[in-house]
Write a protein that binds this ligand. Structure first.
Ligand SMILES: C[S@@+](CC[C@H](N)C(=O)[O-])C[C@H]1O[C@@H](n2cnc3c(N)ncnc32)[C@H](O)[C@@H]1O
Length: 244
C-alpha cells in the first residue's frame, strides 16, 4: 500500500468520523448474528474490526482475533474487551501486510473494502487465511445502486469538508465482488441486501427535521434503497471445486 493511502486511512479513522452511526452497526451486528448463529469453538478473524462490536458478540464461545490498522479504532475495541478475556486478541496492522500462518474458521470483513488499497488483493488475502470449509462474511456498499453511489460521494465530500484530502472511497459494485469471488475457491452461501436508514434518508431527515423519514417509504421503495450488501461465502477444497 502506498504510504499516502495508509496515512489517509489512518487520518480518516483516527478522526473517528465513522463510528457515530449506531444504526448501521446494529444492522450489521444483527445480520452477522443470524448468519453465524450457534457457532462455537471457532477461530474468528475480524478484519478492520473498528470498535469490535460485530465480532465481540461471539466472544463467549469462540476465539477472536481483532485486527485494525487504526490505533484509535483498536483502542475503542480494547475498551469493549475485559482485561482477563484470554479468548480475544487485538492486533494493529494493515491487513494486506499482516503475515501469519494462522488459519481461521470465520473471517469477518465488514465496512472495510471501501478503504483498502486493492479490493481484489484483500479478498485473495482473506481466502489465504481461511481454513477449507471456513466461512467469510464481507460487507460493502453497492455503488451500482443509486443510493449507494450517492452515499459514497457524500462520504467523500464530507471527508473533504473535514479537511481529509486525497481520500476517495473505493467504489464497489455487487457485480465486481461476484466477479472477483468467482475466481476464488469460494461458494456463495448468502447475499443479503439491506437498507441503511443511517445513510441518505438520514441526511434527508436531518434537513427535513423528520426523524422517521424511512418509515414513510413503501417496502418496494426500500428495496430500491438497499445499497448495503452482506455476502457470505464458504471456502471449498479446490480439488472438490474443480470436480463439481
Ligand atoms: C467503516 S469501519 C468498520 C468497522 C467495523 N468493521 C464495523 O463494521 O463496525 C472500517 C475499519 O477498517 C479499518 N481499516 C481500513 N483499512 C484497513 C486495512 N488496510 N487493514 C486493517 N484495517 C483497516 C479502519 O481503521 C476501520 O476501523
Amino acid at each position: 500500500m502506498s504510504d499516502s493511502r495508509i496515512d489517509a486511512v489512518l487520518n480518516y479513522f483516527n478522526k473517528r468520523i465513522w463510528l457515530n452511526s449506531d444504526i448501521e452497526i446494529n444492522n450489521r451486528m444483527e445480520i452477522v448474528k443470524v448468519l453465524l448463529q450457534g457457532i462455537e469453538n471457532k477461530k474468528i478473524l475480524d478484519v478492520g474490526c473498528g470498535d469490535g462490536r460485530i465480532s465481540l458478540q461471539f466472544k463467549s464461545n469462540n476465539l477472536l482475533l481483532l485486527l485494525d490498522i487504526s490505533s484509535k479504532m483498536l483502542e475503542s475495541a480494547r475498551k469493549n474487551v475485559l482485561k482477563d478475556e484470554k479468548n480475544v486478541r487485538l492486533v494493529q496492522a494493515d491487513f494486506l501486510e499482516y503475515e501469519t500462518d494462522e488459519k481461521f474458521d470465520i473471517v469477518i470483513c465488514i465496512g472495510v473494502l471501501a478503504h483498502v488499497k486493492s479490493v481484489k488483493e484483500t479478498l485473495v488475502k482473506i481466502s489465504s487465511v481461511m481454513m477449507d470449509g471456513g466461512t467469510c462474511i464481507i460487507q460493502f456498499t453497492n455503488c451500482a445502486n443509486f443510493i449507494g453511489w450517492l452515499d459514497r460521494n457524500y462520504y467523500d465530500l464530507r471527508a473533504r469538508l473535514r479537511g481529509i484530502r486525497n481520500y476517495n472511497l473505493n467504489k464497489i459494485s455487487t457485480r465486481m465482488i461476484e466477479k472477483i469471488c468467482s475466481d476464488l475457491p469460494w461458494q456463495k452461501k448468502a447475499l443479503i441486501r439491506y437498507y441503511s436508514p443511517s445513510q441518505i434518508s438520514n441526511i434527508f431527515s436531518r434537513f427535513l427535521e423528520l426523524k422517521n423519514v424511512p418509515h414513510l417509504f413503501s417496502e418496494k421503495m426500500k428495496m430500491g434503497f438497499s445499497s448495503e450488501i452482506i455476502a457470505c461465502y464458504e471456502k471449498v477444497n479446490e480439488i472438490e471445486l474443480k470436480c463439481s
